[in-house]
Design a protein around this ligand. Structure first.
Ligand code: SAH
Length: 502
């Protein structure tokens, strides 16, 4: 049985610029064959057992030739797999997508193309440059700047005479030649030029000038590939239309240490604000399974008057278990439910139950204060929660009434590449480290070992609340900022204030 190949344009860098159809194909794929320019976070959308094959230029073993790439895609499809061939930008704009398509069609492999946002248009847009404009350019031309030798020379005379916008791709190493040829052939040396490096990503950097000075400027700014070179009057509009670099957290690097399952929301919000979110999960949730104690607590739930859920993970595990035992929210009957904070509350609501109380301040101490008002010695409380949670809550409740603590999960240290983070932060002068619990901090220190103190001293440490801050201070580090509301939204608010300072 033959599979099928989807030749997909991943867009210029910002992962959210992929098309709906492209994303759908990624989710269905058995194997994804991808390049350097396709955003890594798109790979996270793949199904669980999807395979990944990297064929980009900087691949570990060696650079794959186009023939080898064609053959890899073909073989994978021949074995019956759904192949997503993911390429940066649009697959047919200097992406050699046409050649890959031909190769497959000649071998009778079913194939479809999913167009993408090309960097030559979308990349410019993120730099505030519209590729056409009624007052400045009524055509545009996308040109390869990859000129191997003189025999491959472009028709410079024709290009220089065009009045539309010229966009050169793969042109950084030939920048001087491109500018010289255009001027030699009559293009005005004052024609505006911009170089857009890593367009649409939080590393985006733009250098502006004109045909006669852009080369010097690019050298000074150490511009490297991938970059777009855009020549034309539309460059002037950047002053007005530069929405992306004006975002509050643009250019700021923020390390996110919370669990894989919970980081997404935080990371997405940071990206929306223009920040570079470096994902470094230090915790993984390991559900205790089988868990006879939890099964029995649920079977006999009417023994209890209250259930307290002290984290999103704890709430999810509790309700999933309730459902997997064949029950639903009705099983809880009159039992009152308490949540530690709004996020846990929202999680509980997803299962059709509205929490009866959420303390104003989202820590166990505040929950106890609230509980003291509602609990009497006749009550019986169930607390399903993490194995290594602080004893405080259960100890205090036991002073009022009966309480059963049921351990439902372990938080274990995330497996992470310390070297990659160290490399990422090496040249960064201004970066933030965010910690959302004492264990994210402790695990961070453990994972980084000897390198942790340098990073913790150089970075600005942001903590979600007082308990986490105490842990950090006890270890001898300064807390740069603490969230007013002890939630991820509180951390975002802190960062927004940082952005507003500048
Ligand atoms: N198919 C791609 C282009 C592939 S050729 C597309 O449609 O965008 C590779 C060249 O594209 C790079 O050398 C660079 O000139 C340009 N490019 C791609 N992504 C870019 C980005 N995010 N920022 C700047 N240039 C980019």
């Amino acid at each position: 049985m033959k599979g099928k190949v989807y030749l997909i344009g991943a867009g210029p860098g910002d992962a959210s610029l992929i098309t709906l159809k492209g994303l759908q194909c990624i989710k269905e794929a058995d194997v994804i064959v991808y390049d350097r320019l396709a955003s890594d976070s798109l790979l996270e959308e793949a199904k669980e057992n999807c395979e990944f094959i990297y064929v980009g230029k900087k691949s570990k073993d060696h650079t794959k030739t186009q023939d080898e790439i064609n053959e890899i895609i073909y073989k994978e499809a021949l074995s019956g797999k759904i192949v997503a061939r993911l390429k940066g930008g649009d697959p047919y704009v200097f992406g050699r997508g046409g050649e890959e398509g031909e190769y497959l069609v000649e071998r009778n492999i079913p194939f479809e193309t999913v167009p993408g946002v090309t960097s030559s248009i979308g990349g410019l847009a993120y730099a505030g440059i519209p590729i056409t404009h009624r007052d400045y350019a009524s055509s545009f031309h996308v040109i390869t700047g990859h000129l191997k030798d003189e025999s491959e020379e472009l028709n410079w005379e024709a290009l220089a005479s065009l009045r539309g916008t010229l966009v050169f791709l793969m042109g950084v190493s030939n920048l001087k030649r491109i500018c010289d040829r255009l001027m030699e052939n009559g293009k005005d040396e004052d024609t505006p030029v911009a170089i857009v490096n890593w367009a649409t990503t939080s590393y985006q950097k733009v250098v502006e000038g004109n045909l006669s000075n852009i080369y010097e400027k690019a050298i000074k700014e150490k511009i490297t590939p991938p970059s777009l070179i855009v020549v034309g009057q539309v460059v002037k509009l950047r002053k007005k239309l530069n929405f992306f670099e004006e975002k509050l957290l643009f250019g700021k690097a923020i390390v996110v240490t919370r669990t894989k399952a919970q980081k997404k929301e935080f990371v997405n919000e940071l990206k929306k604000l223009g920040a570079t979110a470096y994902e470094f999960p230090t915790i993984e949730i390991d559900e205790i399974s089988p868990n006879l104690e939890l099964d029995s607590a649920i079977e006999n739930i009417d023994k209890y008057t209250h259930i307290l859920l002290t984290s999103v993970n704890g709430a999810n595990i509790f309700f999933k278990k309730l459902f997997s035992l064949g029950y639903d929210a009705r099983k809880l009957g009159e039992v009152k439910i308490g949540a530690i904070g709004p996020k846990t509350g929202k999680t509980i609501e997803k299962y059709g139950v509205r929490p009866d109380f959420i303390p104003e301040e989202h820590v166990s101490e505040a929950l106890i204060k609230d509980l003291k008002k509602v609990l009497t010695e006749k009550d019986k409380v169930l607390v399903p929660r993490a194995k290594n949670a602080r004893p405080y809550l259960v100890r205090e409740i036991s002073k009022i009434c009966d309480v059963d603590e049921v351990k439902t999960y372990n938080t274990i240290k995330g497996i992470n590449k310390a070297e990659k983070l160290i490399k990422f932060l090496k040249d960064k002068k201004d970066f933030y480290l965010t910690f959302t619990s004492p264990s994210t901090f402790n695990n961070f220190v453990e994972i980084l070992g000897d390198d942790s103190s340098d990073i913790l001293n150089r970075g600005k440490i942001l903590s979600i609340g007082p308990i986490t801050s105490n842990t950090i201070r006890e270890k001898g580090y300064e807390v740069y900022g603490e969230a007013e509301e002890y939630t991820v939204d509180g951390l975002i608010e802190l960062l927004v204030k940082e952005g507003e300072k500048q």
